[in-house]
Design a binder for this molecule. Structure first.
Ligand SMILES: *Cc1c(COP(=O)(O)O)cnc(C)c1O
Length: 434
């Protein structure tokens, strides 16, 4: 049964943090607003476990929102990072480590010839959008409702009302003139896609999509819509931009592009690529990348870009990910975990299913299965909130929002996944009984 855990240290830290940071946090979802609670302050992580400042222990499925595919404090990453640290933290000059991480990525990647390292997913998207515009000489970009691409102005746009594809800004401070250059379409809607391109196709620099939309529920598109998107972009000379910040190195080493066998023109990476340190990247074929400064006219730079300590963490992590069978094993353990819970929910007749791909999962509290668009998500998150509270009280940590996905790491062994599944099943009983 549920028992409340002690949170007094976290609560004190949060009160203090609120005097320093807006909402007490440095990234909004951490504030626990969507689950009506106060955040736990995390002190330490090891393997699949994390401990908060009150000494409570959790099985962690947040994984720092995806980067930690090998879990916390992985020995190979630890060793490589310490080795890099001993040589200094930053030089603002090239290092061999940048070559090493690039080689690890590019030698296996059939989609991109060159890459540029930056320091976050947002920065990667922002830079790659500029590149798409610089390369094509066009201004408009297409994005899809329900995909998240970081907080660059052009991407803080949501669908407007009615049938118009011109969006509205989803944040104060984004000029209308910027928003007018972003066209917003529903996911998995071929008719809307074709009609938008018929109207604006030759002004469109790129269509950006999370090929596996995993920042607003898990809205699996399947291959068909993505293939159509590929062909429509080609027809109009627009670039297809896969934002693989979450799916890259997650569903396969080469992300959703390899998973679905679709060749995009531009790809962004982040999260896993940095092994838990801040790294983002964008890449494309040679012809497109040659537009980036200093080779070409599209300017982009970074004081800490290719930071040696962050490169070291990325190298260590991706070296493990590149091992034979890594992703099959991830998927196998995730499937068993997800099926365990789904079978139970079905037996009990609960309106709940775990949606999954690769080693990602999402709690869908809705009778509707196989949803592919943002407007199909059940906006009533009350059941998620109750489940979230139950899981926290029983040693399972998931992201504090029903729109966020969970992640299985290589350290979540079958035993621990079984244990977590039992807690989730009890949680469902608790939540669904009301
Ligand atoms: C996380 C994410 C981003 C933003 O990355 P940050 O490192 O948080 O700036 C962009 N696109 C996608 C698909 C993401 O999942």
């Amino acid at each position: 049964m549920s028992h409340s855990i002690s949170r007094s240290n976290s609560e004190k830290l949060f009160q203090k943090a609120k005097t320093y940071f807006p909402g007490g946090v440095n990234s909004p979802v951490r504030a626990f607003k969507s689950v009506d609670g106060n955040p736990l302050f995390i002190k330490r992580g090891d393997g699949y476990k994390i401990w908060d400042e009150d000494g409570n222990e959790f099985i962690d499925f947040c994984a720092s929102w995806g980067p930690l595919i090998l879990g916390h404090n992985h020995p190979a990453i630890y060793r490589k990072v310490v080795e890099a640290l001993q040589n200094g933290t930053s030089f603002g000059a090239p290092t061999a480590l940048e070559n090493e991480l690039a080689e690890l990525i590019l030698s296996r990647n059939p989609f991109i010839d060159k890459i540029r390292f930056v320091s976050s997913g947002t920065e990667a998207v922002m830079s790659a959008l500029r590149l798409a515009r610089g390369y094509t000489g066009r201004n408009k970009v297409v994005k899809f409702e329900g995909c998240y691409h970081g907080h660059t102005d052009a991407m803080l746009v949501k669908a407007g009302s009615g049938l118009v594809t011109f969006g509205e800004s989803s944040s104060a401070g984004v000029p209308a003139a910027f928003v007018n250059e972003t066209l917003v379409l529903p996911l998995n809607d071929e008719a809307a896609l074709r009609s938008c391109f018929q109207q604006h196709g030759f002004d469109i620099a790129c269509a950006i999509i999370e090929p596996i939309p995993a920042n607003n529920g898990l809205l699996l598109q399947g291959g068909e819509f993505l293939k159509t998107l590929r062909s429509v972009c080609s027809e109009y000379g627009a670039l297809l931009f896969f934002d693989e910040v979450i799916s890259g190195f997650r569903v396969s080493f080469n992300g959703a592009a390899a998973y679905y066998g679709i060749t995009p023109d531009i790809i962004t990476y982040g999260k896993i690529i940095g092994g838990g340190l801040p790294v983002g990247a964008y890449g494309a074929r040679e012809e497109i990348m040659s537009c980036v400064s200093p080779d070409g006219p599209v300017y982009q730079a970074g004081t800490l870009s290719g930071n040696p300590v962050a490169m070291a963490a990325g190298i260590a992590q991706l070296t493990v990910c590149a091992e034979e069978g890594f992703y099959q094993d991830q998927e196998k353990r995730t499937k068993a975990f997800v099926e365990n819970v789904n079978t139970y929910a079905k037996e009990k007749g609960y309106d709940f299913e775990f949606v999954t791909i690769g080693s990602i999962f999402w709690f869908n509290f809705d009778g509707k299965k196989n949803i592919t668009r943002a407007d199909q998500i059940n906006p009533d998150m009350s059941k998620f909130k109750q489940l979230h509270a139950f899981l926290l009280n029983n040693g399972v940590y998931i992201g504090p929002s029903g729109y966020e996905v969970g992640f299985i790491s290589s350290v979540h062994n079958p035993e621990i996944l079984k244990k977590a599944a039992e807690v989730i099943k009890q949680g469902l009983d608790h939540v669904m009984a009301e």
